[in-house]
Design a binder for this molecule. Structure first.
Ligand code: MTE
Ligand code: MO
Length: 512
């Protein structure tokens, strides 16, 4: 033993030891946080320590810090606890220092947990897992580190010892990175479950939406006229879905206005509520595609809010920004005319699903989502199109995105059908213009006018159906819609970039 200890005494506490300490520190923190997140503990070890430290800090200092950090306080405090713990852990890489440092850190965590006001709700399992990981990881890494120390490998061939030491550093780096990923994952999981709990606790008093008589034709194979939330298409650029606490949500309306307005979620809920059927669709929807859905939205009309703010006469656009930085520009005109352009809080009677923009998103009838339907919306800047460069416009899409009149065949699916009377059905849409007529033709035959479902307004899609006489053999079914301006959708095939696809939807069938 004496011989083994000698090098540590001679070389003192080196960078290698500190690296072992830091890596060990991260491993234990990550293990504890991941355990707490999986167990669904509301307060994790990092939060408990942050609160403990806060309670030990003089009140004025805490107030000063909150004022300084503002709304990013949570992230900064979490980072500060991690940095603090890892800083102390850096002293624990040595063979003698390790057990002392990590036992003390573990005890500190447990004391923090036990002194929380809701201590009985806090499980100590994460702390045990964390401290256990610390001691185990320290034992493994410090032994390996000592074996590779210059003194120990003095007898070995130089290059061999160098390679081993390099591999050990890679190992430390890899473990540290994995731990940081684990920590981030745990924080995300916790934020997500906190927001889910807040969402579950909300009672918005939104109605569920009664499907108008005759809107849903009930044709087998044709999807429902009202699309349920869990079947609604989803498009966004978010790698991890933003989790916004409704109590902290704010919308700021500013820019070319007489009076800046900042609304809280409670402010929004206190305003007059509007509910409407609105069909939302994506500019990236190819002809025949399914990036479209129809729902019952409950929210607050945007027009009166803009009127209160006092939009300057020379402003022509609102730059809407999401909490995740995504943005889009919407014409003032469509936000202030008589259509139901909403800040929606509920979708089909439930608070917005997190994926669909909880707690607040915009819904604007008649425009593609990429220029109007901002999820997790937090900012409205009133201004001019010429000064805005929104997310998708930067990437080659058009500044203006009115929905193009379209129709889709859903029944039959391509393939084999029974010869004779063939049921054909689908949907057509021209939001805020309305569908006047849908026609179907078999091969190069005459266009047959279809039966249309009833709709509550011009803002939703329309179901349509008809039967065609289908002789045995191969056939092509084609659909086209005419909107209420009398315009029949163009046969010209164009792709989705820059402002939406055109062309007629077709289905090949073989009748037997
Ligand atoms: N924050 C944010 N909002 C967004 C997007 C986005 O990427 N980020 N995508 C838009 C696009 S392109 C569409 S088509 C609609 C889709 O809404 P949904 O996912 O609820 O169907 O959201 C819009 N709102
Ligand atoms: Mo979209």
């Amino acid at each position: 033993m004496k011989v083994g200890e000698a090098p540590e005494v001679r070389s003192g506490y080196g960078v290698g030891d500190a690296a072992v300490g830091v890596t060990t520190g991260l491993v234990g923190l990550a293990a504890a946080e991941v355990t707490a997140a999986i167990l669904g503990n509301r307060v994790g070890p990092i939060d408990a320590v942050a609160e403990f430290v806060r309670d030990l800090t003089p009140g004025p200092v805490v107030e000063w810090a909150i004022g300084l950090l503002g709304t990013s306080d949570k992230v900064i405090v979490t980072a500060a606890v991690v940095v603090g713990a890892v800083g102390i852990a850096a002293l624990g890489g040595g063979r003698r220092t390790g057990p002392v440092v990590f036992t003390l850190l573990g005890l500190f965590g447990v004391i923090a947990a036990l002194t929380r006001p809701a201590a009985e709700d806090i499980s100590l399992v994460p702390y045990l897992v964390g401290a256990g990981s610390w001691l185990l990881c320290h034992a493994l890494l410090s032994r390996r580190s000592r074996a590779l120390s210059p003194e120990q490998s003095a007898g070995q061939e130089g290059s061999r010892a160098g390679t081993d030491r390099r591999h050990f550093l890679y190992l430390l780096g890899g473990v540290a990175v994995a731990s940081v990923v684990g920590l981030a994952g745990a924080q995300w999981l916790r934020a997500r479950s906190a927001v889910e709990a807040a969402r579950d606790a909300l009672n918005l008093g939104a109605s569920r939406g009664v499907v108008p008589d005759g809107a849903d034709l009930g044709v087998p194979g044709l999807g429902p006229w009202q699309v349920p939330n869990d079947g609604f298409y989803r498009i966004d650029t978010a790698f991890s879905v933003p989790t916004v606490d409704p109590d902290r949500w704010q919308l700021r309306i500013h820019g070319m206005v007489d009076r800046e307005i900042t609304l809280s979620f409670a402010d929004l809920l206190a305003r007059e509520r509007t509910e409407a059927w609105v069909t939302l669709c994506c500019v990236s929807n190819p002809v025949g595609g399914d990036l479209i859905g129809n729902a019952w939205w409950s929210g607050v009309r945007i027009a009166p809010l803009l009127a209160e703010a006092g939009v300057h006469p020379d402003a022509d656009a609102v730059l809407q920004t999401s909490v995740d930085g995504w943005n889009c520009a919407t014409p003032i005109e469509v936000l202030t005319d008589d259509r139901d352009a909403l800040l929606a809080v509920a979708m089909n009677g439930d608070p917005l699903p997190i994926e669909h923009g909880f707690p607040v998103r915009a819904v604007v009838p008649g425009l593609y989502g990429y220029v109007s339907a901002t999820k997790w919306v937090v900012d409205f800047e009133v201004g001019r199109f010429e000064n805005f460069s929104p997310y998708w416009v930067q990437r080659g899409w058009a500044m203006l995105g009115p929905v193009k009149t379209q129709s889709r065949i859903d029944v039959p699916r391509p393939g084999t059908v029974t010869a004779g009377d063939l049921r054909v059905a689908g949907v057509a849409w021209a939001q805020h213009t309305g569908i006047d007529k849908v026609e179907v033709r078999l091969d190069e035959g005459n266009w047959a006018t279809c039966e249309l479902g009833r709709v509550p307004s011009v803002d939703t899609w329309v179901q349509w159906t008809t039967t065609v006489d289908c002789a045995p053999g191969k056939h092509l079914l084609t659909v086209r819609a005419t909107d209420r301006t009398g315009t029949t959708q163009t046969e010209e095939v164009v792709g989705t970039v820059p402002d939406g696809a055109t062309g007629w939807d077709e289905v090949f069938v073989t009748a037997q």
